[in-house]
Ligand binder design. Structure first.
Ligand SMILES: [Zn+2]
Length: 512
């Protein structure tokens, strides 16, 4: 066991960890920390590298397998996104922006979702994790739940979650998506709004808050009716009150829906003291969701998401990485590259504040009852007709011959990479981390402006063909990219998980 200087263990096995070892795969690409949304932008990809530094210095690398994700290709992104949108992300750079004025408006790229150096590479890395052969896979660079089929939104460009779920649907009849980000998981909900193959369940702040969707009564459409679950919450929710809705609702969904895989978006802007959030969860309260979902023992994909107070984001995700691997981290932060961020206490915990909890018992009970009522309508463990085809041979051939590997534009040339080198002021950018600084107010004001807009109704209201096992997320690209509908209907249970016939999608990374 690793010890820090004082002799305190850096971690202890949790009771669950000691009884049921899982294969935990952790994806990390150190390049993620080199991307910048721009000065003053609240989204800082470096938070993922800070988290990784904690993970390594706590010694968690001994408890799980660490991989550098294979970056997602244009073709993989097009499983959900439109070809023209992906192509735009691929081609646009800060230097050629003027040539794409119309596209910027069409794809909602600009202030919140700026074009920055290495944008496509950043999207590729975020969407690069994989559940291949893991019990639990972790990708803190992912979880970008607002991205739409043909549009960026809320700091998200490529929806790695939708792509990950589509991949899971090749082998799993039912996937449960849970979202504990302070914002509604609108992009994922919209993608699977009309299918019962994916149940989405989002716990979020609702009311004058981005993105404006996620009402209790929005429950899905067509075959997906009742398979989208929204738990709208008010400001200041505490650990105890959050768990009083989270646990019973997830328990009931597990019993009724019986998913065969779970994707948990762990957006940490639901923590107390987040720059854009308004909840009052402690690190342990946030992590209780991870522990609870893990306790069902299903294949689990843990993803990041929002989180704008970097030191707290890294604390929570490091702690949750520990829990995933069956270990409880010591409350004393070990020395690491970002040690000064954790002073003056150098404690791991994110503590709640004294903000008022606007979620009354009566309100939460009402929400819970209404969700239970919705769940009574869902078919018990809806099954897929026929089995889902694994990846096809022609897919592999195309992958090998991938046109996005070489491009005359030469993505990420050395010049571009040089520009992305960590800024000298990044380390002690401590004003970013202060409470109530100018930027915080600016972005909050902007968030309020966005809230004032009329919320967009989910657009994926097309009824899927009863023959097509794949949900409408793939409608536009179904002919070229999605696996064909199961032609050979066996009438039997869905095929058991099949190891993907393609080569492992990741290579071990000599992290550090
Ligand atoms: Zn968020």
């Amino acid at each position: 066991m690793a010890y820090e200087a004082g002799g305190t263990p850096l971690m202890q096995p949790t009771s669950q960890g000691s009884t049921r070892p899982s294969r935990v795969c952790y994806f990390f690409d150190s390049d993620i920390g080199n991307f910048h949304y721009g000065p003053g932008h609240p989204m800082k990809p470096m938070r993922v590298r800070m988290c990784h530094s904690l993970v390594m210095n706590y010694g968690l690398y001994k408890k799980m397998e660490i991989f550098r994700a294979k970056p997602a290709t244009k073709r993989e992104m097009s499983q959900f996104h439109t070809d023209d949108y992906v192509d735009f992300l691929y081609r646009v750079t800060p230097d050629n922006l003027d040539a794409y004025v119309r596209e910027q408006a069409r794809y909602n790229v600009g202030d919140d979702c700026p074009v920055f150096d290495g944008l496509f590479e950043y999207c590729s890395i975020s969407a690069g994790g994989s559940m291949d052969k893991c019990d639990i896979a972790i990708n803190w660079a992912g979880g970008l739940h607002h991205a739409k089929k043909g549009e960026a939104s809320g700091f998200c460009y490529v929806n790695d979650i939708v792509l990950g779920i589509l991949e899971l649907l090749r082998y799993h009849p039912r996937v449960l998506y849970i979202d504990i980000d302070v914002h509604h998981g609108d992009g994922v909900e919209e993608a699977f709004y009309t299918t019962d193959r994916v149940m989405t369940c989002s716990f979020h702040k609702y009311g004058e808050f981005f993105p404006g969707t996620g009402e209790l009564r929005d429950t899905g459409y067509g075959s997906g009716k009742h398979y989208a679950c929204n738990v709208p919450l008010r400001d200041g929710i505490t650990d105890e009150t959050y768990q009083s809705v989270f646990k019973p609702i997830i328990q009931r969904i597990m019993e009724q829906y019986q998913p065969t895989a779970v994707v948990l978006q762990c957006g940490s802007d639901s923590l107390a003291g987040d720059k854009l959030g308004c909840f009052n969860l402690s690190m342990r309260g946030h992590a209780a969701c991870v522990e609870f979902v893990k306790s069902f023992g299903l294949p689990l994909l843990l993803l990041g998401g929002g989180g704008y107070t970097m030191r707290n984001v890294s604390r929570a995700w490091a702690y949750e990485t520990g829990l995933a691997s069956g270990h409880e981290l010591s409350p004393i932060v070990p020395v690491n590259e970002y040690y000064e961020y954790f002073g003056p206490e150098y404690r791991l915990d994110v503590l709640p504040s004294n903000m008022e909890n606007m979620n009354t018992r009566a309100y939460l009970d009402k929400v819970k009852e209404q969700v239970f009522e919705q769940l009574r309508h869902i078919t018990h463990a809806p099954s897929v007709q026929g089995h889902v085809e694994p990846r096809l041979a022609h897919d592999m051939a195309l992958d090998d011959n991938d046109d996005d590997k070489e491009d005359p534009d030469v993505r990420a040339s050395q010049a571009v990479k040089d520009k992305r080198v960590q800024r000298a002021d990044e380390f002690d950018d401590s004003d970013d981390e202060g409470e109530g600084d100018r930027r915080e107010r600016t972005w909050k004001e902007e968030a309020m402006e966005m809230d004032a807009e009329v919320p967009k109704a989910p657009s994926a209201v097309q009824e899927p063909s009863p023959q097509a096992p794949m949900p409408t997320a793939t409608t536009d690209t179904a002919e070229s990219a999605a696996p064909p509908p199961a032609a050979e209907k066996t009438g039997t249970a869905p095929a058991p998980p099949v190891p993907a016939p393609h080569a492992p999608t990741h290579t071990p990374a000599p992290s550090f």
